[in-house]
Design a binder for this molecule. Structure first.
Ligand code: AMP
Length: 304
């Protein structure tokens, strides 16, 4: 295994980037460290689809709320370097808070609309923090492609929007959620769970599976799907699991839909003990004449 080169701060990143011949492509994976197989899958894709792959590790204070887990967020640089190396990454860049936000810093990137619901509603300022740091990272790294996880579906949509709106000219690649054997989506925050909470945390993926199951049997109304998901969460995680949100949303606008009539996303955030976990799955209307599928050209309109 080749250990990736560790670049500390902007100067060494810019020197490394400057040595990359112009005809070579660069894939970029922004992370907050405490890396796991979900991150590894992004680095692997960046490595396979580009001449060079780089990951950043920066626990971005701007995307944490005042009562969130910034100070407690897990940090494990040595293991992270090994994981990036095993996944084929060439470099890892780290930053200090002062590197990113020197005194006087006053410019922010704010993506509107998309950021109003779900995690945007429960974590005010979160997506402004994400968009600002990713815009800065894109300018510093100047990648051809950047890799994000479907696990954070709303975040990926925000980055896509920002990249298009600001003409950043970077291809945004969104890769599937990597899960533990029982279905729990991998997350650095899973490290906070006690063994007992870890058992209950499977409630999220179970609720998403329940929504898929009901949909495949013809239940396409969002209200019924949400109620069934809520019931599964309470049954698996216990009555005091705190549901932050359970929503069925449009994948482009992230606004709630009333029925799954075309591809939608079931998204949820649940607190297990003190740990807030998120997960989501795409929901497709079942095909076939009886199903609530998207009308095809030539379909007759139902009589009123
Ligand atoms: P984070 O370090 O949590 O900020 O995540 C960095 C990137 O890894 C983001 O694009 C996440 O969506 C992605 N990611 C986190 N967990 C997973 C997972 N289980 N599967 C795929 N991608 C993930």
């Amino acid at each position: 295994m080749k250990r990736p080169v560790l670049l500390q701060g902007k100067e060494s990143l810019l020197r490394w980037r400057g040595r990359l011949p112009p005809e070579k492509t660069l894939g970029f994976v922004p992370t907050m460290g405490a890396l796991h197989e979900g991150h590894a899958s992004l680095v692997r894709a960046a490595h396979e689809e580009n001449d060079r792959a780089i990951a950043s590790i920066f626990v971005n204070p701007l995307q944490f709320g005042p009562r969130e887990d910034l100070a407690a967020y897990p940090r494990s640089l040595d293991r992270d370097l090994e994981l990036v190396g095993r996944a084929g990454g060439d470099a890892v860049v780290t930053f200090t808070d002062a590197d990113m936000y020197p005194p006087g810093f006053a410019t922010f990137v704010s993506v509107e609309g998309l950021t109003e619901g779900l995690c945007g509603a429960s974590r005010p300022g979160h997506f402004r923090g994400v968009a600002t740091v990713v815009a800065k990272l894109f300018h510093l790294v100047r990648p051809h492609r950047a890799y994000f996880g479907q696990k954070d579906a709303q975040q990926a949509a925000v980055i896509r929007r920002m990249t298009a709106d600001l003409d950043l000219g970077i291809e945004i690649r969104v890769m599937p959620t990597v899960r533990e054997h029982d279905g729990l989506a991998m997350s650095s925050r899973n490290a906070y769970l006690s063994p007992e909470e870890r058992g209950r945390a499977v409630a999220l993926s179970r609720a998403l599976a329940r929504a898929q199951e009901l949909l495949s049997k013809g239940t396409a109304g969002a209200k019924a799907l949400r109620a069934a998901m809520r019931k599964t969460v309470k049954a698996v995680a216990g009555p005091d699991a705190e549901i932050d949100y359970i929503e069925i949303v449009d994948p482009d606008t992230f606004l709630p839909v009333a029925r799954v009539e075309r591809r939608s996303i079931a998204a949820m955030a649940v607190k297990i003990g003190r740990t807030r976990l998120i997960d989501n799955e795409a929901l497709d209307p079942p095909a076939g004449p009886e199903g609530p599928g998207t009308p095809k050209p030539g379909d007759r309109k139902p009589k009123p």
